[in-house]
Design a protein around this ligand. Structure first.
Ligand SMILES: NC(=O)c1ccc[n+]([C@@H]2O[C@H](COP(=O)([O-])OP(=O)(O)OC[C@H]3O[C@@H](n4cnc5c(N)ncnc54)[C@H](OP(=O)(O)O)[C@@H]3O)[C@@H](O)[C@H]2O)c1
Length: 234
């Protein structure tokens, strides 16, 4: 990955941080975009550039991307979940989850794919969720993640002829800060449903996303890899 530039949204913590570390180890130039870098351990790393950006600002994404070097690999990882019952969701939260989880990734793909098309090379990996597959209790989160899976197929079809590979992952619950937003009763039910009685580790998701972004054959395009330890076998 030397001489390649990777943009990782939400690469400052959780699953995204694991990806940042994997791409640093590859020798890539890594651009991490998120809101809070106060506890980020790679602030001074020579291969890492940090960009404070709030992905609620969807309209600002074209200008944001125009200010960066050409992106070879986009990791659409930033996301939010509010774990709010459907009848208690505020209009503001609906607007935020749609912007951050759906509109921003689409705007990012649209913006970075221009230079990818010129180079006839690009890899895009989207972090969806099992929530987009199963009829999730967090209705708006599930809607956005189902959208991410469909967006992956649409863009693979649109961009595949230009040499760009677009795939996704659909993880079950993973041990990150996001897991703490899930009520305890649901966490217990999830643990009971998986084959080995534990939550996933961020590096298990990151290693699948890293493979999709690097060594995965070009013929795997428009897919979504389930990472759910048997809780949704199919
Ligand atoms: N953990 C799970 O159980 C699980 C399961 C399936 C899928 N996922 C997906 O995995 C992805 C990563 O989540 P995680 O589990 O690693 O959780 P996390 O540790 O909470 O990370 C979320 C990331 O998104 C960034 N982010 C959130 N809102 C943002 C905004 N408005 N602008 C810019 N960046 C923003 C955060 O950075 P800042 O807060 O600094 O902005 C952070 O880096 C998400 O898309 C999530 O839906 C997680």
């Amino acid at each position: 990955m030397e001489n390649k530039t990777v943009l990782i949204t939400g690469g400052n913590k959780g699953i995204g941080l694991e990806l940042t570390e994997m791409f640093i180890a590859d020798g890539a130039n890594v651009i991490v975009a998120a809101r809070d870098f106060s506890n980020f351990k790679y602030n001074q790393h020579p291969q890492v550039r940090t960009e404070k950006f709030d992905f609620q600002n969807v309209a600002g994404i074209p200008e944001f991307i125009a200010g960066l070097p050409a992106i070879d690999v986009l990791i659409n990882n930033a996301g939010v979940m509010y774990a709010t019952p459907y009848d208690e969701y505020t209009a503001e939260s609906v607007d935020q989850v749609l912007k951050i989880n759906i509109e921003a990734p689409v705007a990012l793909i649209t913006a970075v794919s221009e230079s990818m098309k010129d180079k006839k090379y690009g890899r895009i990996v989207n972090n969806a969720s099992i929530a987009g597959q199963i009829g999730h209790p967090d209705v708006w989160y599930g809607i956005t993640k189902a959208g991410v899976i469909n967006m992956t197929k649409s863009f693979a079809k649109i961009l595949g002829p230009h040499g760009i590979v677009v795939n996704a992952v659909a993880p079950g619950p993973i041990e990150t800060d996001m897991l703490h937003t899930i009520p305890q009763a649901r966490r217990d039910a999830i643990k009971a449903a998986v084959y080995t009685g534990r939550f996933g580790k961020p590096e298990e998701v990151a290693s699948a996303m890293h493979w999709l972004a690097t060594d995965c054959p070009e013929y795997i395009n428009g897919t979504c890899i389930d990472i759910n330890n048997g809780s949704f076998p199919r």
